[in-house]
Design a protein around this ligand. Structure first.
Ligand SMILES: Cc1cc2nc3c(=O)[nH]c(=O)nc-3n(C[C@H](O)[C@H](O)[C@H](O)COP(=O)(O)O)c2cc1C
Length: 220
């Protein structure tokens, strides 16, 4: 009698364990897909912050290339870039670049550049480690400073002006915080130089083209 009850309870316990494990696996799979989808959506939104939607008719996240590390990109690691196109023709490029000289460490940025070389937008990629109330004015949520790059190009802004005012350039610094804006101005300037030096491959290459930039699949 006791033996029967124990084995019945064992079976119930076993079934319960199987059902619970199944639920956990199912939830993990659903959550993983959801997180990946949310990440892709967040990336799409960030890319459109620096490249106005009217400039493109392609899906930026699906037109990704991997750029080899370069001093002008602020890193020796490979970084993604995204090509904006209209009817297949490149209309601009979004680079991910690093500003290694931030006060709190490296600041990562998205820099949108039109095919004619003007900046279409710059945004900080979170997280950054600049000090709240000082260096964090690089965030659009904290100040409009990051918008001061819009429309700037190597043509309309001389080399000597790509500095904060304190260093003889034309960009404002923040009260009590010069290091952060100095690092960002330098990184954005270098991003423009990079696009200028690589425009033939970045901005004229067809989607399936052979070029120094290597095609990568979405999300890689
Ligand atoms: C606790 C603390 C946090 C600071 N955080 C920043 C910061 O996030 N960004 C920044 O540019 N400067 C920051 N500063 C100020 C810098 O040390 C520096 O004094 C300031 O950027 C002015 O630089 P300059 O002498 O080159 O003009 C911070 C200073 C202190 C004491």
């Amino acid at each position: 009698m006791i033996g029967q009850s124990v084995s019945r309870n064992s079976i119930i316990l076993g079934l319960f364990a199987i059902a619970t494990t199944g639920m956990i696996v199912l939830t993990a799979n659903l959550t993983r897909d959801r997180i990946a989808e949310e990440k892709a959506n967040a990336l799409s939104r960030s890319l459109l912050d620096v490249m106005p939607a009217e400039r493109l008719d392609n899906k930026l996240v699906e037109d990704q290339v991997s750029l080899q590390g370069d001093a002008l990109l602020g890193t020796d690691k490979a970084l993604p870039a995204y090509i904006a196109r209209k009817s297949g023709e490149p209309t601009g490029v979004i680079l991910q670049v690093s500003a290694p000289e931030g006060y709190g460490g490296t600041i990562n940025l998205l820099v949108g550049v039109s095919s004619t070389g003007e900046i279409t937008g710059v945004r900080v990629i979170p997280p950054h480690f600049e000090t709240p109330g000082l260096g964090d004015a690089i965030e659009l949520q904290k100040s409009k400073w990051i918008l001061s790059f819009n429309g700037k190009s190597l043509q309309n802004t001389a080399e000597k002006n790509w500095h904060v005012k304190k260093d003889g350039g034309e960009f404002d610094a923040f009260t009590g915080a010069t290091i952060t804006p100095r690092a960002v101005v330098d990184a954005v300037h270098k991003a423009l130089l990079y696009v200028d030096q690589n425009k033939d491959t970045l901005l004229t290459a067809p989607i399936e083209g052979s070029s120094p930039v290597e095609e990568t699949s979405h999300g890689s």
